[in-house]
Ligand binder design. Structure first.
Ligand code: SAH
Ligand code: ZN
Ligand code: ZN
Ligand code: ZN
Ligand code: ZN
Length: 532
């Protein structure tokens, strides 16, 4: 989850299903294979098209796949722009300079030396986010350094490192112990022996911790993550520096082979992929990446298994359900609420201020997934799945309809269940928040004007177009890391009493390596959390 592309700042509003669409840029996925995308320090860039008031501009451009903030990666090139040889060479040199100073092998060598040191010599520089060998001490003399780094600490790097919370790139939101424990137990109950962790460093370390402590659950784990700091703590076969928005392995073919071998071991039996991407919005490129990982797994399958699917847990907010199911129709959303440590608003309902909107999307049949009764889940025999206690079975819809963990009400006019805060408006002829403005600008579809969907899902534009586009900035209020301009526009449109402001302090500092992790202590922008 966690957002960047808008991270935990991503928020759904209650009005109109949170689907208003603003201007921004959309990704064009089906770029011509004959013209490969230019490279930024984060691998192949993505092709975008500007969209204003629902209309596409004509000139397309390439931009970074991983960083939405130009401060983190300022790559920009018009699709039809021709670069001189000198500029191309300069770019290549720049891309090289942005790579981590140490190779993967060098990191491993350093780690092996580090664990040989006596406890008193094992130091970690908090400023540089780096394990130090005695030769490095002097250079970090003025920095804040943690001493006596124990093996236990080394096994939990997500606690030693600080989370990179900058929403527009890393959006590192770490699982709360309860959720992480739940996931590990679930994976083990379901009988998995290998877990491909894509952007889930804390899950990765907990799996390994369990495996080393308990011979019975000897689950293996491979972490793919863009956060290079983790390469200090793992061997080549358990961490790859990876960009999940373009399926780019920073260490080239060797790393790709590590991943392939992992997926194809045991003829692909017993493996699951678990991913918790930044959820600012790039669902489409993520889906493309996951399909590539699925294809890699499939190559190792025998012919008669061709109908089988790679089991997946994709952890993402519930309001992305339709987008995810568009790409993965066999996925369903579980009611389990995933909690995070470093996000006050996204903790469990009973302790945090707000129930977490983050769910698990999976192609594993939901009746196989037991949710903990003691945390407020029950089995619905009619739906054949575990649901939140508050999620009541609606006899009219014949399903447990709530998505957000609250009790929803059935509306007989709309013939469906709606959020408890909505009422049926006879002027608009649909359900909405009581304070919505009936004559206000209708947030309908730009293509056909209908209110029940947006341009991106309009049945009146061709499927290829529909599926290939995605909004780089935010789909309106849904993704709330706001530019000031956007913020004001939204404010004007709907003034909500219940808006809450939250300030976050973020440390965005790391090993001074890539442009992603270069930032010094940084204040996060204030962002709004719209709630009911
Ligand atoms: N809840 C998870 C962490 C999810 S936060 C856990 O506790 O294990 C999102 C993760 O995705 C972070 O670890 C972040 O470094 C990683 N990430 C962000 N952008 C990425 C990208 N482009 N490619 C790969 N990983 C990325
Ligand atoms: Zn980039
Ligand atoms: Zn230092
Ligand atoms: Zn209903
Ligand atoms: Zn209604």
């Amino acid at each position: 989850m966690a957002a960047p592309r808008d991270g935990l700042g991503a928020v759904e509003t209650e009005g109109n299903g949170g689907r208003s669409e603003s201007s921004g840029a959309e990704v064009v996925l089906s770029s011509d294979p004959a013209t490969p995308a230019p490279l930024c320090p984060h691998g192949p860039t993505l092709l975008f098209v500007k969209v204003s008031q629902g209309r596409e501009g004509t000139r397309r451009f390439y931009a970074c796949s991983a960083c939405r903030d130009r401060k983190d990666c300022n790559f920009f090139q018009w699709e039809d722009e021709k670069l001189s040889g000198a500029r191309l060479a300069a770019r290549e040199a720049y891309n090289r300079r942005c790579q981590p100073p140490l190779s993967r092998t060098q990191c491993v060598e350093r780690y092996l030396k580090f664990i040989e040191l006596p406890l008193s010599q094992r130091k970690f520089c908090q400023r540089c986010q780096q394990l130090l060998l005695p030769d490095d001490w002097e250079k970090h003399g003025e920095h804040q350094v943690v001493g006596d780094v124990s093996l236990t600490q080394l096994k939990r790097p997500s606690r030693l490192l600080y989370p990179l919370e900058n929403k527009k790139t890393n959006a590192q939101y770490l699982f709360a112990d309860r959720s992480c424990q739940f996931l590990v137990d679930l994976l083990s109950t379901l009988g998995f022996r290998r877990v491909l962790c894509v952007g889930t460093p804390r899950l990765h370390e907990l799996i390994r911790l369990k495996a080393s402590g308990d011979k019975k659950s000897n689950i293996k784990s491979l972490l793919l993550d863009i956060d290079f700091r983790y390469s200090q703590f793992y061997m080549e076969d358990s961490f790859c520096h990876y960009n999940m928005f373009n399926h780019h392995f920073f260490d080239g073919k060797a790393a790709l082979e590590v991943c392939r071998t992992f997926l194809q071991e045991d003829k692909g039996e017993g493996v699951i992929m678990v991913t918790d991407p930044p959820f600012g919005g790039l669902v489409e490129p993520l889906a493309v990446t996951f399909k590539k990982l699925i294809a890699m797994w499939k190559e190792g399958q025998s012919q008669d298994n061709s109908h089988k699917e790679l089991p997946i847990f994709w952890i993402f907010p519930y309001f992305f359900e339709s987008r995810i199911c568009q790409f993965f129709p066999s996925f369903c959303m579980l009611d389990y609420q995933v909690d995070y440590d470093n996000h006050a608003l996204y903790k469990h309902g009973k302790t945090g201020r707000k129930q977490s909107p983050v769910r698990i999307f999976t192609n594993i049949p939901p009746n196989k997934i037991i949710l903990p009764i003691e945390e407020g889940y029950r089995f619905c025999p009619l739906c054949q799945r575990y649901v939140s206690l508050e999620n009541q079975h609606c006899e009219h819809c014949n399903s447990c309809t709530s998505k957000d963990g609250r009790k929803w009400n059935h509306c007989f006019f709309c013939k469906k269940c709606v959020k408890p805060s909505w009422i049926h408006c006879s002027i608009c002829n649909h359900c909405a928040l009581p304070d919505h403005s009936c004559e206000g600008p209708k947030d309908g579809c730009f293509v056909c004007g209908e209110l029940d969907h947006k341009r991106s899902t309009c049945p009146n534009i061709s499927t290829s177009k529909k599926v290939n586009k995605y909004c780089l900035h935010r789909r309106g209020r849904r993704h709330m890391k706001m530019s000031l301009k956007f913020y004001r526009a939204v404010r004007k449109k709907k003034q909500r009493k219940s808006n809450k402001m939250k300030m976050e302090t973020t440390k965005g500092q790391s090993m001074n390596h890539t442009s992603v992790t270069r930032k010094k202590e940084r204040r996060e922008t204030a962002h709004q959390y719209l709630c009911s």
